[in-house]
Design a protein around this ligand. Structure first.
Ligand SMILES: Cc1cc2nc3c(=O)[nH]c(=O)nc-3n(C[C@H](O)[C@H](O)[C@H](O)COP(=O)(O)OP(=O)(O)OC[C@H]3O[C@@H](n4cnc5c(N)ncnc54)[C@H](O)[C@@H]3O)c2cc1C
Length: 380
């Protein structure tokens, strides 16, 4: 394995950590996915294996089940995982950050160690049939009765809820307050009376998405994460981390593909049309811009800056880089190769189409950049 692009020589022990991880990985390689094993079940086995080696929650304090290291250590391991084409730890990073920032001490001590260990599998119940981009317009209601709430409504696109035990759920707790101050967050056990999880089978045959029906579900006040009305900032914190290429290990994965395209272009010199060569050049430029941006974001995070609206730039750069890369790969590599030995690459191309939707669409990222990063006035 070569040095990865985020190896920019920060703390002296970072190299040592990468070496330790590579040694561990060669002794504990990515397991084989069993025939017919659902993807989340396979990923959960991998999560457990990583956890047993001490490779989950590196930047989470020790008292919450992590290793108490820096964000850079976590980024380095995500980067190593991407560089060897291994999946990262599903959804832990961004949900853990939401709990760290908004959970009470009792909730952090109780929920985080189990989340990191994979004892509890979480899903994210934000989107609704009428509220995706316009999350503030959600209509799921949590009505308070003394020490508990009853929750009524419907969620949609909840990834892998059928394999999850807990849901980070958003619901409106105050119908009179402005939308952004009227939403609260809850840790909802999905086996609670009144919860129905219905998987939706996509055209690809995957059943990633679920509908979640909430029919007067009783939720204790102690299951609320943060104060009443904290749901909106909690959701923004969650998606800021979800939008970050550093946390997902995507950068090193893209780097491998850029290098493969470059090699192929050199080997097939004269065979590929100029237009395609310039597309490969464009992929390289996108990738270099993303790496430079990621380095800056890492430095900002290390200096204590919290993820804010700038994470929309991360998401947009990540999406354009990923989509252009896989589109170009599809043109460069022969169709029979993509169906056979490169079946995984073709699957990644298909999934890259979703990058401009999940975690907030590209149009919404541009709106956030225009209004909240650049401070431009709202249009009509
Ligand atoms: C693979 C995948 C996994 C997902 N997993 C989860 C999950 O686990 N949990 C969860 O809660 N959600 C999940 N989602 C849902 C995702 O967050 C929403 O699909 C996304 O926020 C868009 O919402 P929507 O689908 O309702 O589209 P809409 O909001 O209806 O948008 C439709 C179109 O209109 C555009 N548009 C909307 N408003 C504006 C505007 N103001 N300006 C310009 N254009 C606009 C959008 O960009 C889009 O092109 C997932 C989605 C995908 C694709």
């Amino acid at each position: 394995m070569t040095d990865t692009p985020l190896d920019f020589g920060d703390p002296a022990d970072l190299d040592q950590l990468r070496h330790q991880f590579r040694a561990w990985l060669s002794a504990h390689p990515l397991p084989q996915r069993l025939p017919d094993e659902p993807v989340p079940v396979f990923l959960h086995r991998w999560h457990r294996q990583l956890y047993s080696g001490g490779w989950v929650g590196l930047d989470v304090p020790v008292r919450y089940g992590g290793r108490g290291l820096s964000a850079l250590h976590q980024v380095a391991i995500s980067d190593e995982l991407g560089a060897c084409h291994a999946p990262g730890v599903p959804r832990i990073g961004y949900l853990a950050h939401a709990l760290l920032e908004f959970g009470s001490e009792e909730q952090r001590l109780r929920l985080l160690p189990r989340m990191l260990a994979g004892d509890d599998v979480w899903c994210q119940g934000f989107s609704e049939p009428g509220a995706g981009s316009d999350l503030a317009g959600m209509s799921t209601i949590a009505t308070r009765h003394g020490d508990h709430y009853t929750v009524r409504g419907q969620k949609l696109w909840t990834s892998y809820a059928q394999y999850s035990g807990l849901c980070l759920l958003l619901a409106r707790t105050d119908r009179s307050a402005p939308a952004h101050r009227s939403i609260s967050a809850f840790a909802l056990p999905l086996d609670r009376a009144g919860v129905t999880v219905r998987p939706l089978r996509a055209a690809s045959g995957d059943d990633e998405f679920c509908e979640l029906f909430l029919d007067d579900v009783r939720v204790a006040q102690a299951e609320r994460i943060g104060a009443e009305g904290d749901g909106w900032p909690l959701a923004m914190t969650t998606v800021s981390y979800e939008r970050n290429a550093l946390d997902t290990g995507h950068i090193s994965k893209y780097g491998l593909l850029v290098e493969r395209l470059r090699r192929t272009a050199r080997e097939r010199r004269g065979d590929l049309p100029d237009g395609l060569l310039s597309e490969i050049g464009r992929c390289f430029v996108d990738y270099e811009v993303l790496v430079a941006h990621a380095r800056r974001r890492t430095a900002e995070r290390l200096s204590g800056q919290v993820a804010g609206p700038e994470s929309s730039i991360d998401k947009l750069l990540m999406t354009t880089t990923e989509q252009r890369l896989y589109e170009t790969a599809l043109k460069v590599f022969p169709a029979e190769q993509l169906r056979g030995e490169d079946g995984e690459l073709f699957g990644e191309y298909l999934y890259s189409r979703a990058a401009s939707v999940y975690g907030g669409t590209s149009q919404i990222q541009r709106n956030i950049i225009a209004k909240r990063v650049l401070g431009l006035p709202s249009g009509n």
